[in-house]
Design a protein around this ligand. Structure first.
Ligand code: HEC
Length: 426
């Protein structure tokens, strides 16, 4: 008798443990996300603050040696007097606050979320078996490779173009991201592809801090400590990267929060939306960057923003699934009696495809006439109404009956037409 109770107890315990694990996962995810959002607020907040501060600096003759400009600010019950030194003050201050942990914490928590949700759940959030039937580990590898590749190429282009035109650099980065965005939308699910580009961009931003900005500043500090004059190049490079980060923030945040909006991330042309958001985000930042210098803000940015906004609105509608065509052709092919389809297809391939093919055999013909391809069952079903008109209801095709389409062959094409029609009307 007792062993029934033990069994019951075991079941209750196992069920309970399962639920606890589930609960634990739920809490871990929420707390990680909470942390990630807070870290990114701290990072992006300080980045916005410093860009605005930098742009608002004013010259003043009475400023100390080697200073570049000053700003007065009021906040939280007090006045702040900030002075910027470029490249560095003459001597090392006794205390120095660094801004780097915000960026690192954002990346680490973001990557943990990515691993927990997207990598662990790759079959749901990254892999689209219709595009590529990847194994989980393959999807993860492809994602990681892209993250590294994105940074390496970006960094390479930046190094190359330190002396060249800034517009060349910006266009190269834009093309890089657009191509990656397209490529990943071909490989991954739409959701996976969107988050992948968010990760690539976020990683570029953090790597700018970790690999370029902070090491540059460390070198400057080292020269100060050694009583040498620091090399101004480090400041110039850091400035370039920090400006890129500034222009990338809005698009990255857009991508990170977009996974609640399937109509935007999960349609055929979502990858174009990413590249247009890159431009819109940059235009918005540009507006504020000019405004913070105290100059008249560039209100003209509203015009391209509205135009581009309308384009992406239209694109997300354009890319939604086309239910009629796709579903019907595939299912029709399954449902049509095989004999009917095969005999009509044989006739069409032998009497029409010398012209109606991607590479027609007919002399001097470059493309299928009127771009009507009649090679596969799908081509034939898609064009069946027109085929019927041209070769059953009339003698228009083949032209001048050049390939001798016989009456009984026309009737077999007719049978296919009837069978498709009956199925469609069911
Ligand atoms: C010798 C080459 C040749 C062969 C063989 C041929 N076609 Fe055509 N087909 C043409 C040309 C040329 C046109 C374009 C006619 C025009 O410009 O109006 C055309 C147009 C068509 C169109 C599109 C008509 C339209 O205006 O939308 C259909 C459908 C078509 N053919 C079906 C067939 C079928 C079915 C067969 C076989 C039974 C066939 N064709 C065989 C050359 C050919």
């Amino acid at each position: 008798m007792y062993h029934y109770y033990y069994l019951l107890l075991a079941i209750v315990l196992i069920e309970g443990a399962n639920f606890l694990i589930f609960l634990l996962e739920e809490w871990t995810e929420l707390i990680l996300r909470w942390f990630h959002v807070i870290a990114s607020i701290a990072w992006i907040g300080s980045s916005f603050y410093f860009i605005a501060l930098d742009l608002s600096l004013k010259q003043n003759k009475n400023l100390p040696d080697k200073s570049h400009g000053e700003a007065w600010q009021v906040h939280g019950g007090g006045f702040y007097h900030l002075v910027k030194y470029l490249v560095a003050p003459s001597k090392m201050p006794s205390e120095l606050t660094w801004f780097k942990w915000e960026a690192y914490a954002t990346w680490v928590s973001g990557f943990a979320l990515l691993a927990l949700i997207y990598y662990a759940g790759a079959e749901l959030y990254m892999i689209d078996i219709v595009k590529y039937d990847l194994e989980k580990y393959e999807a993860v590898m492809i994602s990681l490779l892209g993250v590294v590749f994105g940074w390496v190429i970006y960094d390479f282009v930046c190094r190359l173009s330190l002396k060249t035109n800034v517009y060349v650099l910006i266009s190269s980065i834009f093309i890089l991201i657009t191509v990656m965005s397209w490529a990943y939308s071909e490989i991954f699910s739409y959701r996976g592809a969107f988050m992948q580009i968010g990760t690539v961009l976020g990683t570029i931003m953090v790597a700018n801090v970790l690999m370029i900005i902070i090491p540059g500043q460390k070198k400057v500090v080292a020269s100060l400590l050694a009583n040498e004059t620091p090399n101004p190049i480090h400041g110039a490079i850091a400035k370039q990267r920090s400006l890129h980060n500034n222009y990338l923030t809005l698009p990255v945040i857009f991508i990170m929060i977009s996974n609640h909006y399937p109509l935007i991330y999960a349609t055929k042309y979502s990858w174009i939306i990413i590249s247009i958001i890159l431009i819109i985000g940059a235009l918005i930042r540009h507006f504020f960057n000019i405004k913070h210098t105290g100059a008249k803000p560039p209100y003209w940015v509203c015009v391209p923003i509205i135009i581009l906004g309308s384009i992406i609105f239209y694109i997300s509608d354009l890319g939604k699934p086309k239910l009629n065509n796709v579903k019907n052709t595939a299912t029709l092919i399954e449902l049509i009696p095989e004999k009917t389809l095969v005999s009509a297809q044989e006739i069409i391939v032998s009497k029409c495809s010398m012209c109606h093919a991607k590479e027609p055999l007919w002399e001097k013909m470059k493309n299928a006439p009127k771009l009507v391809n009649l090679e596969t069952p799908t081509d034939i079903i898609n064009n069946i109404d027109n085929i019927y008109k041209q070769s059953v209801l009339s003698y228009a095709m083949p032209p001048g009956n050049i390939s001798f389409l016989k009456e009984n062959e026309r009737s077999l094409i007719n049978q296919l037409y009837m069978s498709v029609h009956n199925l469609k009307n069911k």
